[in-house]
Write a protein that binds this ligand. Structure first.
Ligand code: GLC
Length: 432
C-alpha cells in the first residue's frame, strides 16, 4: 500500500542538498560553563553575578584540547557535520574576536580555540557550523529581562535600567559579521534563541525586532549566500530545530513540510554536567536517529566537552556504539528519507529514492514472519544489511488463514535470532 508521495519541502534561501543527504551531525557545547560542570545555564539557574562567574574565566585552561581527536570521534560515529558554540548565552567567546575581551585568548588557554577546531573538522572532511547565541548575559548593554541571571535582583535592575539594546545589537551584528568573514565558507549558522512571546510585566522577551534579525540575515547572506541558517532568530530560513524530542511525523509549518533537524543531548544537558546520570542508551539513540530519518529529518547529537578540553568517557563509549551501528548501516541513513509506504508494527522505514532501496528497521524482532503490505510485486531481493545475508520471501504463504494477507503483501521469513546489532535492518531492493 503506497501512502502517497514523499513530502517535498519548498526551496529555501541556502543550499540544503548536502544537509538532507548527510542526516547526522555532532553538536558541541563548549565554554567556561564546562568548569562549573553543572549545565550551560548555570549562570542563570543559580543567579550568578559576573563577578562570581569570573573564576571560570580565570581558570579555563583546556590543556588536553585536541580538535583532531574530536573530529576523528565524530567521523567514526558516522557524523558528517558538526556545529560548535562560538558563543553561548553567558557571552564567552571561543574565538579571538576584535569586539570583546571576554574570549578564550584572554583566559589561561591563551589562544583562539575556534580556528583550530575549524581547521581540524574541515581537514577531516566534515561540514561545519557555529551555534551563536543571540542572548548575552555578560554584555553591559544587553537589557535585563526575565531570563537574565540578575532578573530577581531589584537593585541590579534599577542600576541597569539605562542599558541601550541598540549597542548590544551592534555588537551582535559585528561579531556575526566577523565570524562569517573570518570563516568563509561556513556551512551552517545556528542562531539561538528568541522568546518574544514571554512577558514578565516589568520586561518582555526578545525576538526578531530586538535582534534586528532581518538585517542580520541579509548581512550574512551577502557574505555567504549558500549558508544554512535555522529559524531561531524568528525568521524562517532553511531549517527548523525541534529540541530534545523527535516529532511524531515529518515536521510541517503552516501546513507545509519543512526541512528539519532535531537536536538531542546524550544526558539532558548540553554543557558538561558531571553529576548528571540521565545518559541515554546507545540503543535508544540509534532508534532515535532512525526515527528522525524515517520522518525526513536530521539529528544533531550533542556532546559537552570538559574544562580540560576532552570528551566525557561516557560520551565516547556511546558514540563508539553508535559508530559501529552506523558503519554497518550507514546506507540506511545517508541519502535516505521518509518512505512512501505504510510501516509494519514495531518498525520504521527509511528510503533512498536514488538507489530505490527501502530499509526496514526492526525495533522489536518478531517471531519468524514480517508482513509488508504493498510490496509483494515491488521487492526483487531482500537481505539483512549488517552481513548481506539473504532474507527469503514466502511466495505462496501457507498460514494464510491469517486475516490480512493481501495479494500485494510481501511475507519475509526471519531467523529466530536477530543479528547482534542495536537495530537490525533489512535492505529491500525495489524493482527499477
Ligand atoms: C536552548 C538552550 C541552550 C541550548 C539549545 C540547544 O535554546 O538555551 O542552552 O544551547 O537549546 O538547542
Amino acid at each position: 500500500m503506497t501512502t502517497g508521495a514523499i513530502p517535498r519541502p519548498a526551496d529555501t534561501p541556502g543550499k540544503t542538498d548536502w544537509f538532507v543527504h548527510d542526516r547526522f551531525g555532532l553538536f558541541i557545547h563548549w565554554g567556561i560553563y564546562a568548569m562549573a560542570a553543572r549545565h550551560e545555564w548555570v549562570k542563570q539557574r543559580e543567579q550568578i553575578t559576573d563577578e562570581d562567574y569570573q573564576p571560570y574565566f580565570d581558570h579555563f585552561d583546556p590543556d588536553l584540547y585536541d580538535p583532531d581527536e574530536w573530529a576523528a570521534t565524530a567521523k567514526s560515529a558516522g557524523m558528517k557535520y558538526a556545529v560548535i558554540t562560538s558563543k553561548h548565552h553567558d557571552g564567552f567567546c571561543l574565538w579571538d574576536s576584535q569586539f570583546t575581551d571576554y574570549k578564550a585568548p584572554n583566559t589561561p588557554a591563551g589562544r583562539d580555540l575556534l580556528r583550530p577546531w575549524v581547521e581540524a573538522f574541515r581537514e577531516a572532511g566534515l561540514k561545519i557550523g557555529f551555534y551563536h547565541s543571540l542572548i548575552d548575559w555578560h554584555h553591559p548593554e544587553f537589557t535585563v529581562d526575565g531570563i537574565h541571571p540578575q532578573a530577581n535582583d531589584l537593585a541590579f535592575r534599577a542600576a541597569n535600567a539605562q542599558r541601550d539594546m541598540s549597542k548590544y545589537v551592534e555588537y551582535l551584528h559585528n561579531q556575526v559579521r566577523e565570524l562569517v568573514t573570518l570563516f568563509n565558507p561556513l556551512d551552517i549558522l545556528w542562531l539561538d534563541f528568541s522568546y518574544s512571546q514571554r512577558d514578565w510585566g516589568w520586561s518582555k522577551g526578545k525576538g526578531k525586532d530586538d535582534w534586528e534579525s532581518e538585517r542580520l540575515i541579509r548581512m550574512v547572506r551577502e557574505i555567504q549566500p549558500d549558508i544554512l541558517i535555522n529559524n531561531r532568530s524568528e525568521i524562517e530560513q532553511d531549517f527548523r530545530t525541534p529540541e530534545q524530542f523527535v516529532p511524531r511525523g515529518w515536521l510541517h509549518a503552516d501546513g507545509k513540510p519543512v526541512i528539519w533537524e532535531a537536536c538531542q543531548t546524550l544526558n539532558g544537558s548540553w554543557g558538561y554536567d558531571r553529576d548528571n546520570l540521565d545518559w541515554k542508551d546507545p540503543d535508544l539513540l540509534v532508534r532515535m536517529i532512525v526515527d528522525a530519518v524515517s520522518k525526513g529529518g536530521n539529528i544533531l547529537l550533542n556532546v559537552g566537552p570538559t574544562g580540560r578540553g576532552e570528551l566525557d568517557p561516557r560520551a565516547l563509549d556511546t558514540l563508539a556504539d553508535i559508530g559501529e551501528w552506523m558503519r554497518l548501516h550507514g546506507r540506511a541513513i545517508y541519502g535516505c528519507t521518509q518512505a512512501p509506504f505504510s510501516t509494519p508494527p514495531d518498525c520504521r522505514y527509511t528510503y533512498n529514492p536514488a538507489s530505490k532501496r527501502l530499509y526496514l528497521h526492526v525495533f522489536a524482532w518478531p517471531l519468524k514472519y514480517l508482513y509488508l503490505d504493498g510490496l509483494r510485486q515491488r521487492v526483487v531481493y531482500a537481505q539483512l544489511l549488517n552481513d548481506a545475508s539473504e532474507i527469503r520471501r514466502l511466495d505462496a504463504p501457507q498460514h494464510h488463514d491469517s486475516p490480512d494477507i493481501g495479494a500485494d503483501t510481501l511475507v519475509l521469513e526471519l531467523p529466530i535470532q536477530p543479528p547482534d546489532v542495536e537495530v537490525p535492518v533489512i535492505e529491500l531492493f525495489l524493482e527499477g
